[in-house]
Design a protein around this ligand. Sequence first.
Ligand code: AMP
Length: 189
Amino acid sequence: MKNLVIFGAPGSGKGTQSDLLVQKYGFDHISTGDVLRAEIKAGTELGNTAKQYIDNGQLIPDALMIDILAATYDALPKTQGVIFDGFPRTIPQADALKAMLAERGTAVHAMLELSVPDEMLMERLINRGKTSGRADDNEETIAKRLSVYHAQTAPLVEWYAQEGIHNPVQGYGSLEDINANLCVVIDAL
Ligand code: AMP
C-alpha cells in the first residue's frame, strides 16, 4: 500500500500522470476537482456551492473539502494504494490528510511535485480550454488560479519537505520521461 500525493500547479499534468500511474500500479485515484465537477454535473447542492468557487478560480473552503475527501477515500477499495490529485491545496488540508490517514493506520508515503514554469502552465491551460469544456480554463480564471496556487498551495512544498517526503520531478518534456521519473521515486519507496 502506497499513498501518494501528486502535487503541482493547475496545468502541471497531475491528472495525465495520475492516469498513467493508475494503469501501471493499479492505484485508486482521487481527483478532488473531478469529484466536484461530477457533483456540479449531477446538480447537487454541493455541486451548486462548489461551482461558485470553481468558476471564480477560488478554493472550496477547507472544512467542506476535508469532509468530501474523507468520504471519497472511505468509499475506495484501496488495495494497491491511493493517489491524491488536487488535494491537499492548503496547509490545513495537509494537516487533515495526515490526521485522517493516521486514524486509519496509514500515511502519505511520498509527495511528487511536478514543477513547471508559469508561462508554460498558462499556455497549456489556454490550449486545454479549447477542448476541455471547463468553465475555469479561460485566461482570466487561469490567472486567478495560478495566483491562488502561489499564495495558498505552494507553501505545501516546504510542509512536505519538513515531513521528509517531498520529491520534485520536472513536469515538462515528454509524457514518457516525466512518467519514468515519477516511477523511479515510486519504485524506491
Ligand atoms: P482541479 O481539477 O484540481 O484543477 O480543480 C478545479 C477546481 O476545483 C479548483 O480550482 C478549486 O476551485 C476546486 N478544488 C479542487 N480541489 C480542491 C481542494 N483540494 N481544495 C479546494 N478547492 C479545490
